[in-house]
Design a protein around this ligand. Structure first.
Ligand code: TXA
Ligand code: MG
Length: 336
């Protein structure tokens, strides 16, 4: 049985008690729900990997109530400190060298010499992290490879019965996962785009490096940057300029004519609204589309910079060929 906890005093103290005794508790952040466990306890961290069915080579982000506690576990240089002042609490994760006296266990970092840390902008969750008083490892609270959860119900759909509790902090404001920035070397490398944009970061620390996506060898820019991710069961077709009667449509702005089932990310064409509705839309179209026997999800283009880069990143992973699956989804040019 998975307990559903309200984000009130009783719920928060129960969540803290569970986490401190090695249990798994999912909680909301401003980005997506995280599946939390004590990052200092290898047994709790092992259970996170189990519950998600996540490959052990993919390291986890540790969450903290403030920058000071985060930096007790990693070596923070001037760049990291400047970014923390500007963007924490907020949707930015920093990958930094681990400190020898740090408390994050090896399993949480997949044995790497670096660790990912962040301070989320969610008041109730910050209260929880303060009460736990330890680093809390939290990957997105979905089964590995599935669409990330942006409300408590999504978490129950994927992990209900497999974890101790869900702390319901309401729908996530941002809706896509945090920006992941690797500062463990002299170059600052953007591993995952998010709501803190490349331009935002460059304004504080200067030019960034983007990891090379090697489409031929399939080499991964980061340990967990699997190309296929956020995968709905229905095939996803990007940059659609038409939609068939037997397809679902993920629209943006003025919707295309047609499609049996439509989810508009933002009629007004707003990127913040689109990001916050992205994962809920993919889930709804996938679920209802399968019930209606539709053959796939057509996605209208989401143009622009900033948050649009993060949205396109998640959509292209949702559309990427999946290892071991019979079909290849892709962009419109793939459709005969
Ligand atoms: O918004 C978020 O970041 C959410 C909420 C819950 O905080 N968490 C999240 O976690 O998205 P997850 O595990 O789904 O994604 C973490 C990403 C993975 O791609 C992982 O490979 C990368 O961060 N990562 C973690 N530690 C790393 C490290 N030491 N070096 C490079 N990448 C790392
Ligand atoms: Mg994830």
């Amino acid at each position: 049985m998975t307990e559903r906890l309200a984000a009130d005093t009783a719920g928060l103290s129960r969540a803290a008690e569970l986490l401190r005794s090695g249990g798994l508790v999912a909680f909301g952040t401003e980005t997506v729900y995280g599946l939390g466990g004590d990052a200092t306890d290898p047994l709790a961290v092992a259970q996170i990997f189990e519950a998600k069915n996540r490959p052990h080579f993919n390291p986890l982000i540790s969450h903290f109530a403030d920058a000071e506690s985060a930096f007790e576990n990693v070596v923070a240089d001037e760049r990291a400190r400047a970014l923390a002042v500007r963007f924490w609490p907020g949707p930015l994760t920093l990958v930094l060298p681990r400190r020898v006296d740090g408390r994050i266990c090896d399993l949480a970092t997949a044995g790497l010499p670096t660790a990912a840390v962040r301070v989320p902008a969610q008041e109730a969750t910050l209260t929880l992290l303060r009460a736990v008083g330890r680093p809390v490892a939290a990957p997105s609270a979905n089964r590995s490879g599935a669409v990330s959860p942006s409300d408590g119900g999504h978490v129950m759909d994927g992990l209900g019965g497999r974890i101790a509790a869900v702390l319901d902090t309401g729908p996530c404001r941002v809706g896509v996962e945090s920006t992941v920035l690797d500062l463990s070397g002299s170059a600052a490398i953007l591993l995952r785009p998010g709501a803190v944009t490349a331009e935002d970061i460059e304004a504080v620390i200067g030019p960034l490096t983007w990891p090379a996506h090697d489409s031929v060898s399939g080499a991964l820019p980061g340990p967990g940057m699997l190309k296929s991710h956020y995968a709905p069961r229905l095939p996803v077709r990007l940059d659609a300029s038409t939609v068939a009667d037997d397809e679902a449509l993920l629209a943006f702005g003025l919707p295309l004519q047609g499609g049996r089932l439509v989810w508009n990310l933002s009629e007004a064409g707003r990127l913040d609204e689109a990001a916050s509705r992205l994962f809920a839309g993919l889930r709804a179209l996938d679920y209802e589309g399968a019930l209606l026997g539709l053959r796939g999800i057509a996605v209208q283009p989401v143009p622009g910079n900033g948050l649009a880069v993060a949205i396109r990143d998640r959509l292209s992973r949702a559309a990427a060929p999946r290892p071991g699956s019979g079909f290849a989804s892709g962009n419109e040019s793939d459709i005969p």
